[in-house]
Design a protein around this ligand. Sequence first.
Ligand code: RFL
Ligand code: PHB
Length: 389
Amino acid sequence: MKTQVAIIGGGPSGLLLSQLLHQHGIDSVVLERKTRDYVLGRIRAGVLEQGLVRLMEEAGCADRLHAEGFTHDGTQISYGDEMFRVDFAALTGKPVVVYGQTEVTRDLYDAREKAGGALVFNVEDVVIHDAETDNPRVTYRVGGKAEEIRCDFVAGCDGFHGVSRKTIPDTVRREYEKVYPYGWLGILSRTRPVNDELIYANSERGFALCSMRNERLSRYYIQCPLSDRVEDWSDTAFWEELKRRIPADQAARLETGPSIEKSIAPLRSFVTEPMRWGRLFLCGDAAHIVPPTGAKGLNTAASDVHYLHNALRDYYASGSSAGIDAYSEKALARVWKTERFSWWFSSLMHRAPDQTPFDHKMQLAELAFLRSNRAAQQAMAECYVGLPY
Ligand code: RFL
Ligand code: PHB
């Protein structure tokens, strides 16, 4: 098989890149290790920056997002029973949109299928060859048969556990990592969200987040030790713990019900450099991970896709390699700023097992400062709604 861009990974990064390239007449093949249903079964991000909304529009996939997404002009931050609002619209002129990653991915799959795009599921043993030459190849197996794609470029959109990043030789690749000493236990439930806006809660007992998907579907998280297993947490135990971590007036009106999904995610900050090696480009979680506090994972994947699809468009339209050559540097400049925000917001809101009383006082002082200082709120709001790209 021959194509212009071989895309490894059919998550949001790979699908968005494929659909944007298609809109500009560039051919691609997407190779996905799992099935479509499996990918759509993963409950992940829920908050979209305007940049991602714009890319979905450019991809021709924004109709449902506009009809069903919820515009949020601010967020709530609590500590103990105190709660204050950061008004994104007043501070930055921009809102965010609550629309699940599952729905983004579904819309992109539907668009790729409607356009007759090449999507290969259940691929195994994906190997990238000759990425440092002008004629890269990707080999893989599907249904027991060996296949090969010859292409101009390879996009590694295969997430943190994919093969693309590891194709870059150890002598070239640099990795930076911080693993946090806690995880997030999340549940999805068919209940009315406790509040119109998200609540990020710092409490003596650890972090909690009240989020949502729509008027009848809520997403809640609580910080938990990494040693906890999902089976350790009954629904009742989850709701009781959540109530203890949010302000009493919110806890009093929390609607509870059976969970329809429950999972634990570890928290990690990770960046690999460079994001390009020859004709291989890394996008999204394949290149970087942020802790979910601040909802930056999916949105940062989207900004990579923005830089890469523009670079590839320029290359095919004019033969210019300038965008391609600048990709890694441009993408990483934004990635590191987002890493800083996610690390800062995580450190502010969680209780680390080794936290000292002084550390805790510093968190409370910083929250009080954020509550009372417009400049501090503006800095936070600009990062939350998304740095420009
Ligand atoms: P994905 O979504 O991991 O998709 C990568 C795809 O590549 C496939 N794959 C392969 N395909 C072929 N060959 C191989 N060798 C392959 N290896 C892997 C995988 O099956 C998969 O389909 O990466 P992508 O597209 O870069 O998208 C990134 C986002 O998914 C990610 O940043 C966010 O979901 C992160 N994240 C969250 N971000 C937020 O902004 N807010 C959140 O609330 C939030 N919650 C989460 C999250 C990530 C989680 N993970 C990774 C466990 C919750 C969890 C649990
Ligand atoms: C979510 O709704 O899943 C969500 C929202 C905001 C975050 C993280 C996760 O910061």
